[in-house]
Unconditional design. Sequence first.
Length: 228
Amino acid sequence: MLNDPDTKIPTLRVLIEMTETQFSQLGLALRHTFFKAIQQMGCEELSVKWLNVLSEYGKTITGFEKDMDVLVASWITETLLAKDHPQALLVLQLAQHLIQHNAAFIGEGTMKTIVHAVCVRACKTMDPLISNCLDVLDSVLKYSDLPPCELMSVVATFCVLVCENRFREQAWSLARSLLTSQMGQRTRKALISILNGTGTGQRPHGERRANDEPNEKKMRRMLRGAIF
């Protein structure tokens, strides 16, 4: 019925309602089946809603704990790298809750994907999702391990946003947490490399950082933030 355009939406609404009202009675096999159905649907309004209900907004992932992080990371990339994806906010919030409650099930490569996409979006001027992106980075610093290869992207993001009055306090608080963490020394080196103009280059094998080749205005903000 999910493959029939005429019955897909009403069927989904029934399944979402059933998942919510009978949550405690759902067995592992059914939870896994539901997750696979969501995975096949892709990032749509009702699939995001269904996954939120099925996982208790990222809190309970029993039955699909090995696959949840990959799906959320792919949705994060899809929604944040698009200009105005209607599900971007809900997916960001889901990622934040997943990190808070199930960081142990998130692989390093998956976390790298999430952090990278979040940094790219957070550096867009006047973007309505900037605060939510910072919330995700906050959860990464508090409940998980920041992938070392994304440290420069995160530091550059904080440098850009600390120059914005609206986000200064939040960005500075996160930067201070990073400076006092186990990665504090590497963070200081990253700041110095930004001041020296060497912190925005390319990674090995052609992989690009979140803030590669910034425009002149962004570069000035980044330098001001590093000094700050």
